[in-house]
Design a protein around this ligand. Structure first.
Ligand code: BMA
Length: 928
């Protein structure tokens, strides 16, 4: 929206005024983006980034289209200036005038009224500057112009790398994707490219900015604040006493001049604005930058917040007033928050746990409000290469898909950006735990004092900003540091390991840990995802955590696992999967759907190995991931092809591009399901495995990646398959191809015991039942968060008279139990399939699927009229985004399934319903 001058002149556009007189938002259209040497000057926006304004003005095409990832490099190599229109509405009675920037990406030189204000070098920090003297020396209102010059991040990173005496690292340690030297700068690391995304290295004022004027009545401005809610006596990383009262600690960060003797008052309200408690805070402490105080809330006087499927997401508002001795309110902050404890428990396995059959070593699991639970979820990457265009609507839709997919936790991966407040707000509402990470990954980092100070400021600001959100589950220092980066040092230069380990601890323990523990008693910290956890935790030491590293006792189990193996024979090979306490990453990539490809790639380029498709596949796992062999990206395509060829009938349809894309998605889903089954079964095995977060939730653009949800929100086969295998009670086969040992287990993540029946029915593919001499039904009982074996046999025995290519087994489970925090007894059902040979060798028949839609029930119905239908897939045309209640399922002979759906967006006015098709593995691949 543009604002006219009061005289109504269209000649000058002025920046808008928001609520309080003293805070002028600089958001809006009254900006110009320019680069004089390129002769570019276009209308611009704040918040924004140069690529977005250049695209809006048609100076460049859609950055996501075709090979623009490469063609637009010149934008990143250049400097860009954002210049405001004259800022109107400034008061002449102010005692001081300030600029506040909530995010500048990344290297800036800022001027106001033509005078230099400051330079900045960290995308993730908030900056504020006193410009009172510049303003008073400023000429006319027309001179009140703010200009922010953004330097080229790739250029500056290279210049820093070339400084004399600059730190270097042994060969192969620093993972380079497209632009090098990302570790020298505090900017979203994946902006320089990653194996699932493009490299635009954007620049611009990516978050809101304000002019703040203070006066005698309002002498301070709150720029940030922290509210920390914990159980009395709670220490980070340790399970607290759940009977203790809540401590609410609040701390307001301000600029301006605080009058002597200011105090804090609070009001705690429910979401209907009914006051729960109010009063003055105690232990108020004022410094020249913060005002801190606390209060207690008795246990039981508030309802707890729980993650999705584990209870209600009860939220409250808390208003904190900064009050002068005259009783005048100087400033006020309202936060929406929740009462819960969430702990990453890495304590040694206790005697009581050993007595339950849990293997020695250490725990590595989360506890919510004192309860162990099974964490089900995935890894969240930046949802767009340009954050300013990430809308609340888009994230709302994505997070609905997280909950619809039976996920309760996301790992907010370490080399994107700290999530905006609205993302935590959505997670608070929907019950999604956000394991949050500092932005360091797949590299080691400098440790000079300026860098460390810059990092501390960034961490301190962001920890304080988001700490009140009940969805915040953990802070982790960075991605793949202990389990990868230090190992790479050891491989390449073992004699240098002590030095790099010391540097690692300087940054990830000595610098980042105090930013968490100094601001929060409620949140656990781990320096690295993945790690073997801590060796000791002692709060009488300044840095309480000593990491275990590789100090492992055989037979004991420690820490998290991170597992990738691009040899497709890993599918169904349980012995390949790692045994740990928690799995935070694993995966394989697949192609997006044809509908998605069409939005970013021309029809002529839609071949499996077209150069455009190849160059958008950034996965090159041959250890390189570096610029020299980056363009040789055929490796990723080859892996997907090999996977399909090894396991499934090869698509030979006329539209084989689409069929191939789909086949790669089936392999991906099949592999993730077998891994999730493996990890979940571990909840009842000695490793007491309590979490599975696959790589990765969603796409940043349209390309071959590990995502389960495509860029526009469409679900791949994976997201449906994960939804199914993340049900509370599941049944799954475990098969050793070499020995023929087949077992079937039921796994439950309910918090109470459940009882039920498992059944096993054998068919040939044409649908005839086979009289196989094996158990057909078993009654079982299963403990809380546990697994139990319901069948064990040898196919070498029971199938010895059968042709293995023509045998398939359907297993079902029906269990009675109740959801956590809910006494209602419910029936939980799940089914699964076992086939002793690869599906490419199976004697699949055409199941002659029938599809119908009922206008009254708003359900689709699919029936298999002949034989067993594998991987039944309902597809829908472009123009809408929706998900079916289930998809990618199997149907027994004459089996039928009714399927509802949820529409997330629709530009077809409902016409998509007529475009829904159904196929199974048989006609996705074999028919022409
Ligand atoms: C791990 C992640 C990411 C990466 C993914 C796929 O390395 O932590 O860095 O994108 O696997 O390779």
């Amino acid at each position: 929206m543009r604002f006219l001058t009061s005289a109504g002149s269209a000649a000058a556009y002025l920046l808008p005024l928001i609520s309080a007189q003293k805070v002028i938002s600089l958001a809006g259209d009254a900006w110009t983006l320019s680069n004089p040497s390129l002769n570019i000057s276009v209308p611009a926006h704040l918040p924004s980034q140069a690529h977005l304004d250049l695209y809006a003005n048609q100076v460049i095409g859609n950055p996501y289209y075709g090979l623009n990832d490469f063609n637009l490099r010149w934008v990143a190599w250049n400097n860009w200036t954002y210049t405001s229109a004259p800022i109107s509405g400034l008061s002449s009675n102010a005692t001081s005038t300030w600029l506040q920037f909530d995010g500048l990406d990344t290297f800036t030189s800022i001027s106001f009224c033509g005078q230099h204000v400051a330079s900045t070098n960290n995308q993730f920090r908030q900056y504020w500057f006193d410009v009172s003297s510049i303003l008073s020396a400023c000429g006319s209102e027309a001179d009140r112009v703010l200009a922010i010059n953004f330097g080229s991040a790739p250029n500056i990173a290279n210049a820093i790398a070339a400084e004399p005496g600059q730190e270097t690292w042994p060969y192969g340690v620093q993972q380079v994707y497209e632009f090098p030297n990302r570790w020298f700068i505090r900017k979203e690391q994946s902006d320089f490219g990653w194996d699932w995304g493009p490299a635009f290295a954007p620049a611009g004022p990516w978050k809101p900015a304000y002019v703040v004027q203070l006066d005698v009545e309002e002498p301070v401005h709150i720029r940030n604040s922290v509210v920390d809610i914990y159980r009395q006596g709670q220490l980070n990383n340790l399970p607290p006493d759940q009977t203790k009262p809540w401590v609410v600690n609040a701390s307001l960060d301000y600029f301006g001049s605080l009058p002597e003797g200011a105090t804090l008052k609070y009001t705690l309200m429910d979401l209907d604005n009914n006051t729960v408690m109010s009063g003055g805070m105690s232990s108020v402490n004022c410094t020249d930058a913060t005002v801190t105080g606390e209060t207690t809330v008795p246990d039981g006087s508030v309802d707890l917040w729980w993650p999705s499927q584990l209870g209600a997401q009860t939220l409250y508002y808390m208003t904190i007033d900064l009050v002068a001795t005259t009783n005048v309110t100087l400033a006020s902050v309202t936060k929406r928050l929740g009462f819960r404890t969430i702990v990453l428990n890495e304590s040694p396995i206790s005697d009581a746990q050993l007595a339950q059959g849990i293997a020695p070593g250490n725990n590595w699991h989360f506890e919510i409000n004192g309860h162990e639970f099974y964490a089900k979820g995935s890894n969240f990457i930046p949802p767009d290469a340009f954050w300013p265009r990430v809308t609340v609507e888009k994230m709302n839709q994505l997070f609905d898909s997280v909950v619809d997919g039976n996920q309760n936790m996301l790992r907010v991966w370490a080399s994107g950006a700290y999530s905006p407040d609205f993302l935590y707000d959505l997670a608070d509402e929907k019950g999604i735990l956000l394991w949050s990470e500092f932005e360091f990954g797949d590299a080691l980092y400098p440790v000079n004092p300026e860098f460390l100070d810059n990092v501390f400021q960034e961490a301190d600001y962001n920890v304080r900003r988001v700490n009140h959100h009940p969805s915040l589950a953990l802070w982790a220092g960075g991605n793949e540091l202990e389990n990868l980066e230090l190992i790479l040092v050891n491989n390449s230069a073992p004699e240098e390991l002590p030095r790099y380990m010391t540097e690692y601890e300087t940054l990830f323990l000595d610098t980042l840990l105090p930013a968490v523990f100094g601001n929060s008693h409620s949140i656990s910290y781990t320096p690295s995802s993945t790690s073997n956890g801590w060796l000791s935790l002692n709060f009488s030491n300044p840095i309480p955590i000593v990491e275990r590293y590789y100090n492992l006792t055989p037979g004991s189990v420690y820490g998290e696992t991170d597992f990738y193996n691009y040899d497709p024979s890993v599918l169904y090979n349980d012995t390949a999967f790692p045994i740990g306490r928690f799995s935070n990453e694993f995966g394989y990539h697949s192609m997006p759907s044809l509908q998605s490809w069409r939005t970013q790639v021309s029809e002529a380029d839609l071949h499996f190995n077209s150069s455009t498709v190849l160059l958008r596949d950034h996965h090159n796992p041959s250890g390189g991931l570096n610029t020299s062999n980056y363009a040789n990206s055929s490796t990723g395509q080859a892996q997907m092809t090999e996977a399909v060829e090894l396991w499934y009938p090869i698509p030979n349809k006329t539209d084989s591009f689409s069929a191939w894309c789909h086949a790669t998605q089936i392999f991906q889903a099949d592999l993730y399901v077998s891994e999730i089954e493996f990890y979940r079964r571990g909840s009842g095995l000695p490793n007491r495995q309590l979490g599975s977060l696959y790589w990765q939730l969603e796409d940043i653009w349209v390309a071959p990646t590990w995502a389960g949800i495509e860029y526009d929100g469409r679900w791949k086969v994976l997201h449906y398959a994960a939804k199914d295998i993340y049900e509370h009670v599941i049944i799954a086969p475990y098969y050793n191809l070499a020995t023929g040992n087949l077992s079937v287990w039921v796994t439950s993540d309910l918090w109470d015991a459940a009882t039920g029946t498992a059944t096993f029915t054998w068919y040939d593919w044409s649908g005839s039942k086979l009289p196989i001499n094996a158990t057909s039904s078993v009654d079982f009982s299963i403990g809380a968060i546990n697994s139990t074996q319901v069948l064990q046999t040898f196919t070498t025995d029971i199938l010895k008279d059968y042709d293995l290519t023509n045998v398939v087994m359907h297993m079902t489970v029906e269990a009675q139990g109740s959801l956590p925090n809910d006494n209602t007894t419910r029936i939980f059902r799940h089914d699964n399939w076992f086939h002793p040979t690869a599906l490419k060798d199976a004697q699949l028949v055409d199941p002659a699927l029938q599809l119908s839609y009922s206008n009254s029930t708003k359900n689709f119905t699919v029936t298999a009229t002949s034989g067993v239908a594998a991987w039944v897939w309902l597809d829908y045309p472009s123009g809408s985004v929706l998900n079916f209640d289930s998809n990618a399922f199997w149907l027994a002979p004459n089996g039928t399934r009714e399927i509802g759906y949820t529409v997330k967006s629709d530009s077809t006015n409902g016409a998509w319903i007529d475009g829904v098709t159904v196929e199974s593995l048989y006609n996705q691949t074999l028919s022409t």
